[in-house]
Design a protein around this ligand. Structure first.
Ligand code: FES
Length: 105
């Protein structure tokens, strides 16, 4: 059964990069885009690079290890969208200054 877990505060987020948080055994990279907070899997599907430490431009984060780029709103690998490669996205909600992630695992 899904439930919400508080993982961070909005004031911890930066405009140009992500924030990596651990949620019950998973690491999720949070980003703020146009006032909305998005959550994707921390681990880059190329070789496991830390997406939460990547540079954010608009709604796209660049993996700091080899430069693969992912859209944080839907997890799509924007360098080759037809390849079907993507990172998992998580349901994130904001309540006041608190950021919550829906845990389904
Ligand atoms: S590990 Fe992310 S681009 Fe290589």
């Amino acid at each position: 059964m899904a439930r919400r877990v508080k993982v961070a505060s909005v004031n911890q987020l930066r405009a140009d990069t992500g924030l990596s948080v651990e949620v019950e055994g998973r690491v999720i990279a949070l980003f703020q885009v146009d006032g909305k907070v998005c959550g994707i899997d921390e681990h880059c599907p190329h070789a496991g690079g830390p997406l939460g430490a990547g540079h954010l431009t608009g709604d796209v984060v660049m993996c700091p290890w080899h430069g693969w780029r992912f859209r944080v709103t839907d997890g799509i690998w924007v360098d080759a969208p037809k390849a079907g490669t993507k990172v998992a996205c998580y349901n994130v909600t904001v309540d006041g200054d608190d950021i919550w992630v829906e845990v389904t695992w």
